[in-house]
Design a protein around this ligand. Structure first.
Ligand code: UD1
Ligand code: CA
Length: 455
């Protein structure tokens, strides 16, 4: 049988006023990724070929984020926020042009949705239903639409504001995702009116309309965590916690040692090799890869970084975007690395800043070394050769090159290139004055005696 074609319409036009934020709701993030990126990733993984994203006027940032995640997605602007059905119809042109077998409507604020759940929702359409809705049993159903089931059939969805007391007691809730048979989708959506408390065009009315047309509506029940909608910062935090639990479990299942999983924060795209150990209290921002056998010690923060095989990071290390550690490299406590390659076997063990630099294989960077990469206007690079030895508390003023196997004396301020195998010293020469301290003490005791003789 030929696979059914599908158009996914992602509704993302709402401002999300209850988030109390200047940032559009769907651009808030959980697990290091925007809400809409989570939704689009699930759609792509479910093998759905066409996606339309409905944004509000002036929400170019939302369209740009959608493009970044799913370059094939088309954006449609809903001029006024007049409800979820009105939003879906903003993509009417795509429904008409593509004439898909299935139209899948997904809310941009339900980031925990999984690809397998999207496939389950579409399944009843293949079996002849005109409409399928994701339902879940809510611990606290307040605010969600309720699924009204009669004689085992889904007959209506009632919004909180319009529900009777009996309907409010229903705990089977609308997950906010709907699949419509493509050949009925427009006919159903265009019949929806705004005859309700809020005066909005509710997508949820599609169920009653389909039933009136003698078409079949089906509820597909899933876990609450799959369809948690985010309207407030508290719900954002709850969704973060669910996402973290899932990511930690996936990492453990893949063989990563998380000593205290509940204290480790991951991103949706964090990648681990084999036999990686992550100690308690480590945070991974987006785009981090950790190769086999690496160890990340406690209280480290890592983002957009690559950690090579058997490398060691922390405790208390910060790897910022563009940090790239080679095999067996060591980054110790209170060390910050940004936009720098630390080649195999190199060590930066204590209290350093390495930015816009390359540190050659097996080089040793002493405690307190700083690359002075910024002159107040521009950033400049520092290049340190293989096996170089930089003495403690050195300042390397970029742009500057330290040759292979070169030595830098401790406490140097290096402003000129150092050739291979050379020693560079850039500090005041030490002055020693023999007997100076005892002469001082002698003067002091004389002074005290004089003071005594006065009283
Ligand atoms: C909606 C459902 C409710 C369901 C809940 C699940 C409706 C009428 N209600 O309620 O039954 O239980 O989700 O989370 O569908 N949007 C637009 N344009 C608009 C209005 C909304 O694009 O004019 C977008 C929003 O950005 C959001 C999504 O649609 O991503 C859902 O809208 P929201 O206002 O959050 O609906 P809920 O009140 O949560
Ligand atoms: Ca919502």
């Amino acid at each position: 049988m030929k696979a059914r074609t599908c158009l996914a319409i992602v509704l993302a036009a709402g401002e999300g006023t209850r988030m109390r934020s200047a940032v559009p709701k769907v651009l808030h993030a959980i697990a290091g990724r925007s809400l809409i990126a989570h939704v689009l990733a699930a759609i792509a993984e479910a093998g759905i070929a066409d996606t339309a994203v409905v944004i509000g006027p002036g929400q170019e940032a939302v369209a740009a984020e959608a493009q970044r995640v799913l370059p094939g997605a088309t954006a449609f602007v809903q001029r006024e926020q007049r409800g979820t059905a009105h939003a879906a119809l903003a993509a009417k042109e795509a429904i008409g042009r593509l004439a898909p077998d299935d139209v899948l409507i997904v809310y941009g604020d339900t980031p925990l949705i999984r690809p397998e759940t999207l496939m389950r929702l579409r399944a009843p359409l293949g079996a002849g239903a005109a409409i399928a809705v994701l339902g879940f049993r809510a611990a606290n159903p307040f605010g969600y639409g309720r699924l009204v089931v009669a004689d085992g059939k889904l007959v209506a969805i009632r919004e909180e504001a319009d529900a009777s007391a009996a309907e409010r007691a229903i705990n089977l809730c609308n997950g906010g995702l709907m699949a419509l048979a493509g050949n009925h989708a427009l006919a159903i959506l265009e019949q929806i009116s705004n005859d309700n408390r809020k005066g909005e065009f509710y997508l949820t009315d599609a169920v009653e309309i389909a039933c009136g047309m003698k078409l079949d509506a089906v509820a597909v029940e899933v876990e609450e965590d799959d369809v948690r909608g985010i309207n407030t910062k508290a719900q954002l935090a709850e969704a973060e916690s669910v996402a973290q639990q899932r990511l930690r479990k996936a990492a453990l299942d893949a063989g990563v040692t998380l000593v205290a999983p509940e204290t480790v924060f991951l991103s949706a795209d964090t990648k681990f090799g084999k036999d990686v150990v992550v100690e308690p209290y480590v945070v991974f921002g987006e785009n981090v890869t950790v190769e086999d056998g690496a160890v990340i010690h406690s209280f480290s923060h890592v983002a957009s970084a690559h950690i090579g095989k058997r490398a060691s990071v922390g405790p208390f290390a910060r790897l910022r975007p563009g940090a790239k550690l080679g095999e067996g490299a060591r980054i110790g406590n209170f060390v910050e690395v940004k936009q720098s390659a630390i080649e195999a076997g190199a060590k930066v063990n204590h209290l350093s800043y390495i930015g816009d630099a390359s540190v050659g294989a097996n080089a040793n960077i002493g405690a307190g070394t700083i690359t002075c990469n910024y002159d107040g206007i521009q950033k400049h690079r520092t290049e340190i050769g293989d096996e170089a030895f930089v003495g403690s508390n050195s300042a390397l003023v970029a742009p500057v090159r330290i040759g292979k196997r070169a030595y830098i004396g401790s406490g140097s301020v290096i402003t000129a290139n150092v050739p291979d195998d050379a020693l560079a010293l850039g500090r005041g020469r030490q002055v020693v004055k023999e007997g100076w301290a005892s002469r001082l003490r002698g003067l002091k005791s004389l002074g005290k005696k004089k003071a005594h003789s006065h009283d």
